[in-house]
Design a protein around this ligand. Sequence first.
Ligand code: URP
Ligand code: ZN
Ligand code: ZN
Length: 536
Amino acid sequence: MAHFLTYLLLSFLIIYDSLGLSQSNQFCDAGVGYPESTCGFSSSSSSSSSSKLLIKGGTVLNAHQQEVADVYVEDGIIVAVKPNIKVDEDVTLLDATGKYVMPGGIDPHTHLAMEFMGTETIDDFFSGQAAALAGGTTMHIDFVIPVNGSLVAGFEAYKKKAMKSCMNYGFHMAITKWDESVSREMEIMVKEKGINSFKFFMAYKGSLMISDELLLQGLERCKSLGALAMVHAENGDAVFEGQKRMIDLGITGPEGHALSRPPVLEGEATARAIRLAKFVNTPLYVVHVMSIDAMEEIARARKSGQKVIGEPVVSGLVLNDSGLWDPDFVTAAKYVMSPPIRESGHDKALQAALSTGVLQLVGTDHCTFNSTQKAFGIDDFRKIPNGVNGIEERMHLVWDTMVESGQISVTDFVRITSTECARIFNIYPRKGAILVGSDADIIIFNPNSSFEISASMHHSRTDTNVYDGRKGKGKVEVTIVGGRVVWQDDELKVVPGSGKYIEMPPFSYLFNGIDKADAKYLSSLQAPVKRYFTAS
Ligand code: URP
Ligand code: ZN
Ligand code: ZN
């Protein structure tokens, strides 16, 4: 009976929200349980739009070109992109004159409903995705954390967490221990579960951190499966020492977090991971590049021809570490993430690297904890859960920081927020493009409008926002996911359970030529040398 009442209440809340009647941004309370099904709603009830859509008169942006054209969508797929498309009366029309029509953002790096540092991120697969959609992101790739080292158990747990999804999502898988069963399960993930990337944490000693020996084995296994190896690059042993040093000095506040893990430790681990990937001859993806030190290692490797991808995140691109010294604990703690947000100068250097192609795509590392959770570390910065928000803000902040400042073109914007991610994770051109046959994950972006970020208006469940008060040019006015309008006139029309799991096949373009390089290496070996022994 109690279950039924919860269900009724939930249904009411969803309708209430879908009609835009709710005044609060906290439209979906934390902890509300969703039934296993689609919460009793089919996807057709999610929106007033028909399954046919015509977006008229906009400038269509792809990573490779821009053109003035109409975009016609049927049953979630783009079926025509050309000027002056004529349609019947049953088609929903959206006027995009003077605006950009581009692929929805793809965020390569999120943590929704992740158990971490003794708590769980406050945004789950519904609230985090709703926030994403309000900000023009239509797909994200989240990190599955194994359960007791088991990838299969981790995958099943995340599948359950993701049942309340309302947009496209995929999974990376973390590797936290090594044995025969992990190696076997990696193959299951790739061949049966649609996962084509594995993350190795070189930090978080005592919990997620792996050894160099494990990293080497993992790199070899990734290569054999055509899966992309990803690293969180910080020297976890040195971080541990740095933390002790700060505590011994009496520095227990959030600033101690940044002081304990300086850029040199990120640079060292990045260099080490790059060299091990070179030794194995497999592509490498460095997540959340936060410092000049790490970026320069990536630049050097790429210049030498090594296949290394560098992912800056929005916080590293637009913030500096000054907030960590704020006398108010709640304000300072909200900026705690790893690797830390760096002092001024790193942000601009990362922007320049992004604009020149040294770094390739932008993520968020959306990993939100509210101020109550952050207060676990009131007396000891080591206990402050690490993570910041960004899934809702990424598109606006990257536009304002990179396009409005003249550092990149509008087509580059599409590349770094959507297309490159789709290519790297092998789902292009289904995703990341406005092309005939692509999924209709589309945004209408008004470059002449403006955005403003505030913790009281955002759609995340968290009560703080590291971008609070930021204003800028450009606004996502419409978000379409799978052919359905889910964000329009500042209103969300989202349905838990309507999201789609996107399987990602192995052997992306990054693997082209790997076998040839291996063959070349083998043929270059002047060994074994036929020796003779001359007795004296
Ligand atoms: O502070 C961070 N980055 N939290 C999320 C976990 C990770 O390292 O990506
Ligand atoms: Zn990380
Ligand atoms: Zn992360």
